[in-house]
Design a protein. Sequence first.
Lengths: 116, 113
Amino acid sequence: DTEVTQTPKHLVMGMTNKKSLKCEQHMGHRAMYWYKQKAKKPPELMFVYSYEKLSINESVPSRFSPECPNSSLLNLHLHALQPEDSALYLCASSQDPGQARNQPQHFGDGTRLSIL
Amino acid sequence: AQSVTQLDSQVPVFEEAPVELRCNYSSSVSVYLFWYVQYPNQGLQLLLKYLSGSTLVKGINGFEAEFNKSQTSFHLRKPSVHISDTAEYFCAVNKEGNTPLVFGKGTRLSVIA
């Protein structure tokens, strides 16, 4: 069982839809991450939140909008996505943003997103 | 800049045989190294990590890895694999600054009965 919970597990949406991905952890971790993973590829970092503030945006298109309402929750709002955005979206967390280099990340099982 | 190279994209191996998955890194500073496993339709799970100290690191599911600074390697090994070890394995290294992980391209381990 994963300690990072992502919902929904699967999502199919049209290019004009607006949807949100949700991620929750109750381990007291203060760093949270969004990754995008295409088939047979490693995860690609999208965003990092440290102490509920956005600290890294890896030049992600504005059709992806992250939000961290509190220390346990992380959302990814989606709008006007393209077919190439179809992928597995992974959320992760780690304990202390100040010590991120030596801390493992805990991953959720992801949301498999398909854009029609 | 830091990077991670996983030399084998696919490794087929018979059940109960030993396996080694190779990982080399490049870095100008001290590194922290990780191996993750991804089973089908799941997220990544930490197998083991090297932060400091003993160069032989033991992880979950019978896996171990050895940090070799002179060869800049962190190869993953298991003396006897099971069918259930079939998965994608990612080596990862910390990156300078706030981004903690840089992943290798992954190695697909296929265990054959």
